[in-house]
Structure formats: C-alpha cells, structure tokens
Design a protein around this ligand. Structure first.
Ligand code: GLN
Length: 472
C-alpha cells in the first residue's frame, strides 16, 4: 500500500472495495514493526484496534458508519482510554490502567475512528524534544540521529512514518506544532477551551489543549469538528457553536496577514527557515492576500512568562502523584513523609522535578508577588497586545521553531537552551488563540521546514481556509 494522506483517499478505496479497514490496519501494524527503532509507540493496541476495525467495516458495508470510519489514529500517551494503560511517559504512572475515557477518545470512537495505540511523549508533556520520556527519545524518521520534537514526538513520527493516518497530541506551549514542524506534518492547536480536557493528564491547566497532527488540512478540519464543543465534564470548554470545519476549507477568501517582524529578525532564527518563510510570504501575496510587517515588542517576555506560569500550575497539578493514590510507590519507606519523598524522588524524572521545584518556588510566600503574580500581569499584556493586532489583521505569521530538528542529545545539557526554542510557539498559548504549523518543504540537508499561522479565538476555519489554499 502507498502512504495515504487523507481520509478521503482511504474512503474512496474502501468504498470501491479495493481495500478493507482490517487490511489497512494490518498494513499499519507492519509499518510499525518494520520501524520499531523509531520508538514512537509506548504500546500498540493490537487486540482492541483489530476488534474495532472489524466492527467499523461492518458498519461501512451497511452504510451506517460515522464520520471518521476508515481513520486509524494514534493517541498521545497522556490521554485516557478505558481499560487501557496510560503513563504520560513517566515511571510514576507505569502500569496504570485508566478506568475511564477522555471525552476526545469517546468522540473519536463514537464517529468510528480506530485507535491504534498510545504514543511516546516527553514526561508529563514537559519538553520540546521527546528526550524527557521515561521510555527514551523518539527518533525523527527523516534522520534517526535527530529528535522528533516534543512533547508530542511519538504523535508526529507516527504520522510522518505512516504508522497511522492521524494522531492526537496535546499542546501547552507548542507540543503539537513544533513536533509537527520537525516531522513535516500539519500541527493544529485550537483555541483554549475549544476541546474538552476531561481525561487528559494535566500539565498546566490554563494552557493545555488537545491538538491534531495530520498530513492534510481536510483531516485536521474534520477531526476538530468531531472533537470540539461543550462537555459537561469540563467547565472550561466553550459552548460556542462548532462550525462544520470540513465544509469550510478552501473558501478562497483573501486575508489580511501581519508578519511579526521581531520573530524574523531574531538572532536565534536559522537562516534557511527565514528564507523559506520569506518565500512563503511572497506566495501569499501572489495568492492575493495583503501582508504587512508589524512590530511585536513583547517577544523577549514570552518564554519567561510561560515558564513561570506553567511550572506553577504543574507543581500544583502534579502534587496528586504522592505514592498513595495511584502509580509508583516506594516500598522501603518507614513513615508517611518518607513515602511521599521517596516515591516522588524516584517516580519523576529530572526535568519534571526541576519544574515542580521551580513552580513551588514561584508560588511560595515572599516570591508569589514577584514572580507568579507579575507573570499573570505580563500574560494579560501579551494577550491584550495580541487581541489588538487581531482586530486589525486576520492572521499573525511567524516561524514555528528557530531551528530544524537538532541531534539527539545536542540540547540536553542546558535546559535554558531547550526552553528558548519555544519562543515562537508560546505566544498562541499565552493568549489562548488557535495556531497551525504547516510544512514548507525541506532544507538543503533534507530536514523539514515549517510556518506558523495564528488567528483570533474560535476562528479556526480561517486557519484551515488559508492553509488549504496555500498548500494547494
Ligand atoms: N516545550 C514546551 C514545554 O516544555 C511545550 C510543552 C507542551 O506544549 N506540552 O513546556
């Protein structure tokens, strides 16, 4: 079989009886076992996926199948699925079986998607290279010495290497967009509150959002249509009507685009990425869009604000892993205090511990005002500035990552280097707006390049429409 890039292609073949869903699933299983060294999956759900494929094929034959019938999808290993293990790629949750399904999983299943397995990621989604996973790094399929990006690295490589058609990731500060960019895929982070977080293992709750990694805009639009919308289990989900995104793609509209000037002038930006983005800007102009360069003078504040706030939220969210309620427990502790200390010291990896310590510090008496509260204020300024720009422009444009995928181990010695690489993605996360990463071909070394487009809250259809015309 050849690599399918959209559900439409698959459905045509299934409808013409040239293939069947069970056959397609076996093809993906073979692909996975042929390239196991990429380490994309923490577990393949052989039995449940096979049973689902048979059931959905019956519905396809009867003409009663749902919108996602024919789609084989992987889920990041921080999304709960009833009676399946979920680990957040941490020793802390190794062996834990989820007693319930996330809303996103229920919605996938109710539209007849087949869930093929759980995908490797940075531990508790903290990282930008998939190197903090307890189960080891995920390798980029284009160059196995290089990182997949992160934290949804397994999700990106699964789509890149044709292990499944699409994957769910989560994006707190870029974790869907950056690995998608590193693997030449499309990464979509919707508006904060567009998709339910119920059943998604929390990292920083005022930022976390489920997103998709796909090879086509049509699949990203269709998935958002299925996943978005109110949920009684998560009060932060918007009740805003969910548009039929799949019908809106390629509306051919002309947009007003603002290029964030400082993002292209930044010293950290790789020259080939800059050249590719300048060429993309020319293409957008030729397609009839208006492009202006605008100043965004808060760029230097984005990464510090993001890390103060997300570590604070993480330190609170991760306090539940105490060795008592669930997950890893030290067996030699002699009293409650030592049980907490030993279980948490042994169960969490270095990066997660660093963030819990940082977060506890910025929330502690005496430092709360200077760090946490100040960062909240800066977040509001950033968000106001972004909203003001989006009153005038439909789209804000910037790179996704400052460099192409780097070598495994290259950036692990200095956490600040790794944090600074989030400079372009955290803006949308701090402001809660939707953003998409789309491929721009490869550089001279054959490594993927990518472009980021952001728009106003709950205007995801603008991203789909513009990217679709841009890519075609
Ligand atoms: N790299 C960022 C971080 O480590 C983003 C992670 C994410 O979006 N989950 O926080």
């Amino acid at each position: 079989m050849k690599k399918f890039n959209s559900l439409k292609e698959i459905r045509t073949l299934i409808d013409q009886k040239k293939t069947s869903l069970p056959d397609l699933l076996e093809y993906y299983f073979n692909q996975i076992s042929a390239k196991q060294q990429l380490n994309a999956f923490n577990e393949v759900f052989f039995a449940s996926a096979r049973a689902q494929a048979v059931e959905v094929q019956k519905k396809l034959d009867l003409g009663t199948a749902g919108k996602l019938a024919g789609m084989v999808i992987g889920i990041k290993d921080n999304i709960c699925y009833t009676n399946h293990r979920v680990s957040a790629s941490s020793k802390m949750l190794d062996g834990f079986v989820s007693p319930y399904s996330a809303t996103v999983v229920q919605r996938l299943l109710s539209e007849d998607a087949v869930i093929i397995g759980r995908l490797n990621c940075d531990e508790f989604a903290m990282g930008g290279s998939n190197e903090t996973s307890y189960f080891g790094p995920v390798k980029n399929a284009l160059d196995e010495e290089r990182v997949s990006g992160g934290s949804s690295g397994g999700s990106a490589v699964a789509v890149q290497a044709d292990f499944c058609l699409a994957a769910l990731g989560t994006d707190t500060g870029g974790s869907v967009r950056q690995p998608a960019a590193f693997c030449g895929c499309i990464g979509m982070k919707p508006t904060y509150g567009r998709i339910s977080r119920y059943g998604v293992i929390a990292y920083a709750s005022s930022f976390d959002q489920v997103g998709t990694i796909t090879s086509s805009i049509s699949d990203a639009a269709l998935l958002l249509e299925v996943l978005a919308g109110a949920d009684e289990h998560d009060s932060t989900v918007s009740k805003e009507v969910v548009p039929v995104y799949s019908a809106l793609a390629d509306s051919g509209k002309k947009y007003k685009i603002a290029v964030l000037k400082e993002t292209l002038e930044s010293e950290v930006l790789d020259p080939e990425i800059k050249i590719a983005i300048l060429a993309a800007i020319e293409k957008l102009k030729v397609q009839g869009h208006t492009v202006d360069y605008v100043s965004f003078d808060l760029l230097a504040y984005l990464v510090p604000t993001y890390y103060v706030l997300t570590t604070a939220e993480a330190s609170s969210n991760l306090s539940r892993y105490d060795g008592v309620h669930f997950g890893y427990r030290n067996t030699e502790a002699t009293n409650l205090n030592s049980l907490y200390k030993l279980s948490r010291s042994e169960g969490f990896g270095e990066e997660v511990k660093r963030r819990i310590l940082l977060g506890t510090f910025v929330l502690s008496a005496g430092y709360y005002d200077a760090y946490y509260q100040k960062a909240q204020k800066v977040r509001r300024l950033i968000s106001e500035k972004t909203t003001a720009l989006l009153q005038e422009y439909d789209i804000l444009l910037s790179p996704v990552a400052p460099t192409p995928p780097f070598k495994i181990g290259e950036n692990t010695a200095d956490p600040l280097v790794m944090y600074m690489a989030d400079i372009y993605t955290v803006l949308a996360s701090l402001s809660g707006i939707p953003a998409i990463a789309i491929p721009l071909g490869n550089n001279t070394e054959g490594l993927p390049l990518s472009l980021q487009m952001m728009t106003g809250s709950f205007k995801e259809e603008v991203l789909f429409s513009l990217s679709d015309t841009f890519l075609n």
